[in-house]
Design a protein around this ligand. Structure first.
Ligand code: MEV
Length: 324
């Protein structure tokens, strides 16, 4: 059995503004992951996909086991497989006989990067099966192609942080900067239970930006300044300084109209329970919120969020890859 894995992610600072060329910071969430296993299939079967643990990924109801060659052209799993085979130098006429089984503990449509993580795990599984190296840079580039199909105008931050599996300071079009984390710090991450379709929320922000360009450019620039300040604080190990910066980023996201009453309520609960700062993460309107907490406050903040009705509460320690 061959396999590929990939973590989830959260955006720490700068979502939405990053779509307009500003910097953003994202970190992997290792407590959840996508996993794809490969086993040989029947002779002449071609590649089959199995995603019965994740029916939402199937191209139709009752079709969680299907041959890639019969999947609709826009099926993300099919697209990832075809990109992977091309990268690995396998011609369509030489389609191997394989079964790829996809599973994931990353909640779907909640801003934790489930789509990018599944595509990453799938490409890694294929590369492992064919015993070929697949660098983080190549993985990120291929996953970005998949993201573009579903996202419209992805900034590229999701595929980058998931492929590198390290905290990243990301500026579209610039080489990725792997963040040095001076002192590891903790985040509590809570699900509003409400689906957030990134493509839709990004589309709404685009309409507003077109209607009120000067105002939105100003908001994006203000967010960019916060992101730069956050980068300095992370590198210097001054993680407590991130709390007020998260709150300020949230105020600006609120002004952009991407928060929601459910997010606002969980943010308030987290802050009252001891979080040093909190904000939505990802596209917003639903999905997850993140809270910065001192280690001793992980339990009380988690309990408060659970009592307040969060659908799921996770925590993660943000550290440089070398601290793993
Ligand atoms: C999605 O995780 C973050 C957004 O900024 C979109 C993007 O960067 O492509 C909302």
């Amino acid at each position: 059995m061959w396999e590929g894995r990939a973590p989830g992610k959260v955006i720490l600072f700068g979502e939405h503004a990053v779509v307009y060329g500003r910097p953003a910071i994202a970190v992997p969430v290792r407590g959840v992951e996508a996993r794809v296993t490969v086993r040989p299939g029947e002779r002449g079967s071609g590649i089959w996909l199995e995603c019965c643990d994740l029916p939402a990924l199937a191209p139709g109801e009752g079709t969680c086991r299907y041959p890639v060659r019969e999947a609709p052209a826009g099926d993300p799993l099919r697209v990832a497989v075809l990109l992977g085979l091309t990268y690995l130098g396998i011609a369509p006429s030489q389609e191997p006989d394989l079964v790829l089984t996809i599973s994931s503990t990353i909640p779907i449509a909640r801003g934790l990067g489930s789509g990018a993580a599944v595509a990453t795990a799938l490409l890694r599984a294929l590369a492992t099966y064919f015993n070929q190296p697949l660098s983080a840079e190549e993985t990120s580039r291929l996953v970005y192609e998949v993201e573009k199909l579903f996202h419209g105008t992805p900034s590229g931050i999701d595929n980058t942080v998931i492929a590198y599996q390290q905290p990243v300071y990301f500026v579209p079009g610039e080489p990725v900067e792997l963040l040095q984390v001076g002192v590891p710090f903790h985040l509590v991450i809570a699900d509003t239970g409400i689906a957030s379709v990134t493509r839709q929320v990004v589309g709404t922000v685009r309409q507003r930006w077109q209607a009120e360009r000067a105002r939105y450019e100003y908001l994006f620039d203000t967010i960019a300044a916060l992101v730069r300040a956050a980068r300095e604080a992370i590198v210097r190990g001054e993680w407590r300084a991130l709390g007020p910066l998260m709150n300020e980023n949230q105020t600006l996201l609120n002004e952009m109209g991407v928060s929601s009453p459910e997010l606002d309520r969980l943010l308030k609960v987290a802050r009252s329970a001891g979080a040093l700062g909190a904000k939505l993460s990802g596209a917003g309107r639903g999905g997850f919120m993140i809270a910065l907490v001192a280690e001793e406050d992980i339990a009380p903040v988690t309990e408060a969020l659970e009592r307040a009705g969060a659908a799921q509460v996770l925590s993660t320690c943000v550290m440089a890859a070398s601290d793993d």
